[in-house]
Design a protein. Structure first.
Length: 235
């Protein structure tokens, strides 16, 4: 297998990235047809962080962060580093020292299907991470891999230059070429939800707003009156 470090300039539309960050993972996931969501094993390791940025990808050998160091040079302001390993791993691929280096390059966060370490320090310096594990197991720097190649993390395909959106709900990936379209769809969705929120707050039931009574009837669900007294023993 050939190992490469790709100097990629592929980048999504900056306005679309900012809008996707504002919308958040749940809205973006729905807006693009429920695609691109990383599995629930990759979770936020802090509360309240919300980011979106261009993906810089790393494919590393498990327990070896050599290519993560190589990837730092390829990162720039607003990027999100995405780390995949060639087989399952929970080793702490990134700790606070690498995070300091990434922040110096302007990286806004890290997503990995493996592990991170030094979590307390990562939180202290305000570097947000989404990972499968938190594990103090360290790494070596002995095995080649690749930077800025397509990878798969927690079941989601990520290509260099895609948009990575991450918050307390998880992580979702938007293809670089679809960023503006998905951002527009998400904005329309938010506006529709605001109108629905007002109706629900006024007391309207979701059963009526979504026309679900007819669906219940179609499925054969019927309403019956209870013949039991409220205080009757149900045992």
């Amino acid at each position: 297998m050939k190992h490469v470090v790709v100097r990629s300039t592929l980048a999504p539309d900056a306005t679309a990235v900012a809008e996707l960050a504002r919308q958040g993972v749940a809205t973006v996931h729905e807006a693009q047809g429920r695609r691109g969501l990383l599995g629930p094993q990759v979770v936020a390791r802090q509360d309240g962080a919300a980011i979106a940025g261009r993906a810089v990808t790393v494919l590393s050998h498990p327990g070896d962060n050599l290519m993560v160091h190589a990837a730092v040079e390829q990162c720039g302001p607003g990027d999100v580093l995405v780390i995949a390993t060639t087989s399952e791993s929970t080793d702490g691929m990134v700790g606070d020292l690498l995070a300091v280096s990434l922040r110096a390059r302007g990286v806004v966060g890290l997503v990995t299907g493996g592990g991170v370490r030094d979590l307390a320090e990562l939180r202290r310096i305000g570097f947000p991470v989404w990972s499968r594990a938190v594990h103090a197991q360290g790494t070596v720097k002995n095995t080649p891999g690749s930077v800025n190649v397509p990878v798969v993390v927690a079941g989601a395909a990520v290509s260099p230059g895609d948009v990575v959106v991450a918050d307390d709900d998880g992580v979702v990936v938007v293809a670089r070429t679809e960023a503006a379209e998905v951002a527009a769809a998400g904005l329309a969705r938010l506006r529709a939800e605001e109108a629905k929120r007002a109706r629900l707050a006024a007391g309207e039931l979701g059963l009526d707003m979504y026309g679900l009574r007819a669906e219940l009837e179609r499925m054969g669900v019927t309403y019956v009156e209870s013949t039991r007294d409220a205080g009757q023993d149900h045992g």
